[in-house]
Design a protein around this ligand. Structure first.
Ligand code: C5P
Length: 242
């Protein structure tokens, strides 16, 4: 199924909210203006599949289930099997447990759900990688992202999550059909207080670099008019594609 028909389909809005009602408000506001709603740990732990039913019931946007699996392969296999029934387009697994976990997740995925591998969180910098004990050559986020993206592709993942600073290199090396999702998006007009993101880019830079989808959270959530803000992002995507 073709997921991307128009620029707005490339926008992923993370439902980073504590409960059903606050998420519902944004599902109603943004549903016709974006491609996918991303449900992460905060909301899924609280509300479970009910929140996915809400998104599916509205019928306008797809589901990105961002649970970032990270455990022994047998446990993640079970989690993936449980997730198959939830109707998500994408589900995420961390790369840092290596090929075995990625292969197990891909093998356990069925139906339309595609597995994306999380390479290096956009909140991490070179200093954080050093502190985590990465060997010197892999303290460079780009090198680590590329290394992990290669493993993810060979393990059968449909794509990766990486920052806009790495997207073009991933696309160039791993091909245009290998999906790239980019968080850490900050339009030039956005104001995000106490921002924890490190490796950030604008929507047009991400799209020009080859990102297929961009995750835009706080810049839309903190905008006075989220619909106007999301339309501006879609326009920026359209210009970048041309
Ligand atoms: O735009 P904003 O910073 O608010 O987006 C935050 C969202 O991006 C969160 O849902 C977070 O889980 C997600 N994210 C991600 N992968 C990263 C970094 C952030 O999916 N590497």
């Amino acid at each position: 199924m073709q997921l991307i028909r128009e620029p707005k389909d490339r926008i992923i809005f993370p439902l980073d909210f504590p409960d059903y009602n606050s998420a519902k408000k944004y599902v109603e506001i943004l549903k016709g203006h974006i491609g996918l709603f991303k449900v992460g740990l905060e909301l899924f732990v609280k509300e479970g599949p009910e929140i996915l039913k809400l998104i599916a019931g509205e019928g306008k946007a797809k589901i990105f289930l961002d649970l970032k699996f990270h455990d022994i392969p047998e446990t993640v296999k079970g989690a993936m099997k449980s997730a198959n029934a939830l109707g998500a387009e994408f589900i995420t697994v961390h790369c840092d447990e290596g090929r075995g976990l990625l292969e197990t997740t891909v093998k356990a995925a069925s139906g339309k759900t595609k597995v994306l591998a999380v390479t290096v969180l956009t909140s991490l910098s070179r200093d954080s990688l050093k502190e985590m004990g990465m060997r010197e050559e892999l303290q460079d986020p780009l090198k680590l992202v590329l290394h992990r993206a290669r493993v993810a592709k060979s393990a059968g993942c449909a794509g990766v999550v990486c920052s806009g600073l790495e997207a073009q290199y991933v696309k160039k090396e791993l091909g245009k059909d290998f999906i790239v999702v980019t968080p850490g998006i900050r339009p030039s007009w956005s104001v995000v207080k106490n921002d924890d993101q490190q490796r950030i880019v604008t929507p047009s830079d991400a799209i020009r670099s080859g990102s297929d989808y961009i995750v835009v959270g706080r810049p839309l959530r903190s905008a006075k008019d989220p619909v106007d803000a999301v339309k501006r992002v879609a326009e920026e995507i359209e210009k970048a594609l041309n």
